[in-house]
Design a protein around this ligand. Sequence first.
Ligand SMILES: [Zn+2]
Length: 318
Amino acid sequence: MSKHAIHLPLIKRTKYRFQKLKMCKKCQCYSVLKGKNCPECGTVFKGVEGIAKAYVWKQLYSETLWILLFVCLGGIFAPTIGARYYTLITGVSFTLGYVILTFIFFKGESFYQLRKLIFTDILKIKTGIQHDSNQAREDIKENNVSAAYDKLLEIGELIYNDQLKIRTVIALNKIALRKDMNLELEHLLPSSYDKEFVKYALEVGKINRQLIKKSCIAYFIKYKMEIIHDFGVDTLMSIAGTALRMKLYIHEFSEFIQENIDYFPKERILRLCSIIHSHPEENWGGLAEITQQHVLIKYSYDPDFKPYIKGKLALELS
Ligand SMILES: [Zn+2]
């Protein structure tokens, strides 16, 4: 099946992750998707931040009314005119103080109410996000990849679990990836082996090898048996060979390189020799020796390796 040629949507980021979350007050359901109206009842969604602020306003309004009511009652039942004045002045002063203090601490109180709302409705929020994620899955099934990816990006701004990562890579695997796209790899790493992720990583590796970083190489090495089973040893080596890209990675994955040096293509071995040769001050452990042996066995007559055979290796050759 041909892949979809689309422009990856840009995500509208919020300052805080919870600001993505909105609620239908009628159905009491949550969503993080772009739609303004609840798909169940059509009611306009309200952002959780706005709901928390509205609650504080409502609380201030009702409590102020209650205080004023008691002040009025106090004034009505005051035994003397003087007591009535005192009651009214004290009551109004207290009400004003209460309103001013609420304004001063409005931000803190709103945040407290927001936390309370999220904590109380955590199950509803999870259900809502799962519903959003299922909508993205349906879009993928219907080949509406752009819409699915857009939804998954929105959800990913709030939470990022394995299910979401895998659904995202399934969507991405249906898209014709290009170098100018804002591709991500490390954020999509699942916590266990996933064939779809490996397929995606291989595609990304072809487009931009720079995106295959330490954690991704570690993932390939960790699940090397599964990858060899599903994709073959050459595929594993093509990605894991990126461990030879940087000196830091060579140190980090030295053991893996030593174990698999026979599988690396010539240009990778040349790169390895070049790095080891350029940094004689580094402690390469057994890697330098194994590389020497490998070059001697496989490339001793190859002119490309001449600069690296001239040194220590030449001594061994003589
Ligand atoms: Zn609704």
